[in-house]
Design a protein around this ligand. Structure first.
Ligand code: PLP
Length: 406
C-alpha cells in the first residue's frame, strides 16, 4: 500500500467488510433447509421452547443440582436426568456426561483400564469428527482384543478369546456405514451369555426400537437398534448420544446395571466429563416426554413425523410467493450417523438457477442452508420450522433479485 492514496470511502467500505466477516463467524441461528434432520454441522437436534424454559428456570437461579431437598444433604447430579432416562429405557441406573464419545471413554476407563476388551473387527469404526473406536479404546487404557473379520464375526470368535483378564465384551453400532452381502454379527443376547459384561455403544439413542411415543413406527427407522432392546438382551451398560435420535441437548448417556453405573460415577474421569446443569435441565425435560409417551414436544420427532400433506401445503404457499419456485418431492434423512441409505419422503421448493453455487451462497447470506440438486437449489421443508417459512420466502426472493436466474 506504500505511496498509494486511499480515500475515505474505501476505508469505510473495508471496515464494513471486516465487521461483516466477524459477524458471520459468530454463533447464530440458521435455517436448516437441507433435509438432514440431525445435521452435525448445524447443531444436531433442536430443542423445544419448553425445554429451554426448563433450562432458564434451573440456570437463572440456584437449583438442587447436587442437593437432596428432603434431607437437606449433599446429593448427586445423576439423581435427575440420568435416573429418569434410565427409567425411560428400563435400566437400573443412568448417568449423563458431555457427549457419547465421553461416555464410551469413561465406561472403558472405569470398567476396563489395564484389562482386555473384546470387540469385533467389523465394529472398529470411525464415526466421524475424530471418534475412532480403536483410538478411544487406547485412550481409555484398556487392551483391545480384535476378533472375527471385517464382514463376519461369530459368537465363537468372542468365546475363543475370553480370559480372566477380559473386562468387557464391546459392541459398537456401526452407525454411519452399512455392510451388505456376506455378513454376520453376534447378537447381544448370545454375547451376554458368555459371561463378561457386555457394553453396547448404541450411538443414536433410539430409546426403544418399538417407538411407543409415536403413533406408529416409521419405516425409515429400519433396523436401528433400541437402547431398551439392548438392555433386555442382557447388555450391562449402554451408551448413546443425547442429541441424535433422542432429540435432546449435546450429552452422552450411560445406562445399565446399578453396580456398574456406581463404579463409573466414582471414576475420576466422571468429574472431568460431567454434564452441566443446563444440559441436565433440558435432558430432564426430554426424559419426561418419553416417560409420558408423547414425543410431540420433541422437535426432532415432530419434524420426522410431519405428514407429506402438511409439508406440501407449506411448499405450495412458498411457491406461490416466490417467482419461478416449484414444489418438488424430496428425500430427507435422519442424519447424525444413523441409518445410512434410508430416506424419509419429504417435500420442498426448488428454483432453477444459472449458478447453484452462487445461489446457495446468497441464501447463506440470509442464514439459510439449502442444498443443490443439479441446476436447482432446493429447500427441503421437513427440517424448516413452519415459523421460518416467511423468512425462507424473503430469502428466496432476495436470491432471485441478486442473480440472473436460468
Ligand atoms: C455418534 C456416535 C458416537 C459419538 O457420539 P457424540 O455424542 O457425537 O460424542 C459414538 N459412537 C457411536 C456408535 C455413534 O453413533
Amino acid at each position: 500500500m506504500s505511496g498509494e492514496t486511499v480515500d475515505e470511502g474505501t476505508v469505510i467500505a473495508d471496515a464494513r467488510n471486516r465487521v461483516e466477516a466477524r459477524r458471520r463467524a459468530l454463533l447464530q441461528p440458521v435455517v436448516n433447509a437441507t433435509g438432514v434432520i440431525v445435521h452435525t454441522n448445524l447443531g444436531r437436534a433442536p430443542l423445544s421452547l419448553d425445554a429451554l424454559d426448563a433450562v432458564r428456570d434451573v440456570a437463572s437461579g440456584y437449583s438442587n443440582l447436587e442437593y437432596r431437598l428432603p434431607e437437606g444433604e449433599r446429593g448427586s447430579r445423576h439423581d435427575h436426568a440420568g435416573a429418569l432416562l434410565a427409567q425411560a429405557c428400563g435400566a437400573e441406573a443412568g448417568l449423563v456426561v458431555n457427549n457419547n464419545a465421553a461416555a464410551v471413554l469413561l465406561c472403558l476407563g472405569a470398567l476396563a483400564r489395564g484389562r482386555e476388551v473384546v470387540v469385533s473387527r467389523g465394529e472398529l469404526v470411525e464415526i466421524g469428527g475424530g471418534f475412532r473406536v480403536p483410538e478411544i479404546m487406547a485412550e481409555s487404557g484398556c487392551v483391545l482384543i480384535e476378533v472375527g473379520t471385517t464382514n463376519r464375526t461369530r459368537v465363537s470368535d468372542y468365546a475363543a478369546r475370553l480370559r480372566d483378564e477380559t473386562a468387557l465384551v464391546l459392541k459398537v453400532h456401526a452407525s454411519n456405514y452399512r455392510m451388505i452381502g456376506f455378513t454376520e454379527a453376534a447378537p447381544v443376547d448370545e454375547l451376554a451369555a458368555l459371561g463378561p459384561p457386555v457394553m453396547v455403544d448404541a450411538g443414536s439413542g433410539l430409546l426403544d426400537d418399538t417407538t411407543p411415543w409415536l403413533p406408529h413406527r416409521p419405516t425409515w427407522l429400519h433396523d436401528e437398534p433400541g437402547v431398551r432392546q439392548a438392555l433386555d438382551a442382557g447388555a450391562a451398560v449402554v451408551t448413546f448420544s443425547g442429541d441424535k435420535l433422542l432429540g435432546g441437548p449435546q450429552a452422552g448417556v450411560i445406562v445399565g446395571k446399578a453396580e456398574l453405573i456406581e463404579t463409573i460415577a466414582r471414576h475420576p474421569l466422571a468429574r472431568a466429563l460431567r454434564a452441566d446443569k443446563m444440559t441436565l435441565a433440558a435432558l430432564q425435560h426430554v426424559a419426561f416426554a418419553y416417560l409420558a409417551g408423547d414425543a410431540r414436544s420433541i422437535p426432532l420427532w415432530r419434524m420426522a413425523m410431519a405428514s407429506l400433506d402438511e409439508l406440501r401445503a407449506r411448499a405450495e404457499q412458498i411457491a406461490t410467493a416466490v417467482p419461478r419456485a416449484k414444489v418438488v418431492d424430496t428425500e430427507a434423512v435422519a442424519g447424525g450417523g444413523s441409518l445410512p441409505g434410508l430416506t424419509i419422503p419429504s417435500v420442498g421448493v426448488a428454483i432453477e438457477v444459472s449458478s447453484v453455487d452462487r445461489a446457495l451462497a446468497a441464501l447463506r447470506d440470509h442464514q439459510i442452508v439449502g442444498r443443490a440438486e443439479r441446476d436447482t437449489v432446493v429447500a427441503d421443508l421437513r427440517t424448516v420450522d413452519p415459523t421460518d417459512d416467511d423468512r425462507l420466502i424473503d430469502a428466496l426472493r432476495g436470491v432471485l433479485g441478486t442473480l440472473d436466474v436460468a
